[in-house]
Design a protein around this ligand. Structure first.
Ligand SMILES: Nc1nc2c(ncn2[C@@H]2O[C@H](COP(=O)(O)OP(=O)(O)OP(=O)(O)O)[C@@H](O)[C@H]2O)c(=O)[nH]1
Ligand SMILES: [Mg+2]
Length: 260
């Protein structure tokens, strides 16, 4: 197994070293790619220090804040240009717990897309106010119903994609930056008839550093779902993906028990 964990960072000075150290400890062959957007708090030099010390960490430095979605796309391209066979996306703030990573990697033995899920039995969020639960659960239900997604946690960012799933995506068509990015990837994988599974995770709220969550990200995701539903935005799949057979299989599974 050759996993690459992509970690976008913006002002994660207090998290980056303990977080990446904990991630590296979960699997001996695992590498990490940090995509830092010239964080004003000096996260970038700490990332370089990790790269020098471990030999298993790579760093992409971008000149300024360009958003989460483009950071993931840079990471996907990095993985495809090399021989990584699994790609994991994780936040640096410990909301995605390193201890849950081995279960996601293992589930990718038999699935193309593994979703770390807060919305299946055993999964949960800790430490959120009611308002954030409502936004998260409401957003997930909205995407699930409008797009017929066979997924309960549509907006979570802790995922593992097998190389097969990465290769099915048309990266140029992925447009969103926040929660919408997750929905776009989920929708494309479902449309391609790929094997999708949700694995329960515990999601503690961040304890260090500041959130970059904004109302703009919620509006972006809500608009994206509508555009995908109405056909105003193409599904981010390569032209040779998403055969009619796969699409009808997906429709049947979405009508069934709702589990991928
Ligand atoms: N490279 C890059 N990373 C970003 C950007 N915005 C956020 N991040 C990182 O993306 C991850 C998720 O961002 P968070 O601020 O935790 O967003 P969130 O998880 O939706 O919000 P909270 O739950 O409040 O923490 C963290 O590792 C951030 O440092 C960005 O514009 N560029
Ligand atoms: Mg967070």
């Amino acid at each position: 197994m050759r996993p690459l964990v992509i970690v976008p960072t913006y002002n994660e000075r207090d998290n980056i070293i303990p977080f990446i150290t904990a991630v590296l400890a979960t699997h001996p062959a695992l590498h990490v790619l940090i995509v830092d957007d010239n964080s004003p708090d000096g996260t970038g030099p700490l990332a370089d220090q990790l790269a020098d010390q471990t030999g298993r960490v790579w760093v992409v430095h971008r000149p300024g804040k360009q958003g989460l979605g483009t950071a993931y796309i840079a990471g996907f391209k990095f993985a495809l240009e090399r021989d990584y066979d699994r790609v994991v996306t994780m936040d640096a703030d410990f909301s995605h717990r390193p201890e849950d990573l081995p279960r996601l990697l293992e589930a990718a033995d038999t699935n193309d897309l593994v979703i770390g899920s807060r919305a299946v039995s055993g999964g949960r969020v800790e430490g959120w106010p009611l308002s954030r639960h409502i936004v998260s659960k409401g957003g997930s239900l909205y995407a699930r119903l409008l797009l017929g997604l066979p997924i309960h946690d549509c907006t979570g960012g802790f995922k593992c994609l097998r190389r097969s799933a990465l290769e099915a995506l048309d990266l140029e068509l992925l447009r969103s930056n926040g929660y919408g990015f997750s929905v776009e990837v989920n929708y494309a994988c479902a449309q391609a008839g790929l094997r999708i599974v949700e694995i329960p995770i515990v999601f503690p709220d961040r304890t260090r550093g500041a959130s970059k969550m904004s109302s703009g990200i919620v509006v972006e995701a809500a608009t994206l779902v509508l555009r995908l539903r109405l056909g105003g935005q193409p599904v981010a799949l390569r032209a040779d993906q998403g055969s009619p057979a796969a699409l009808s299989g997906f429709a049947a599974s979405a009508r069934g028990d709702g589990r991928g």
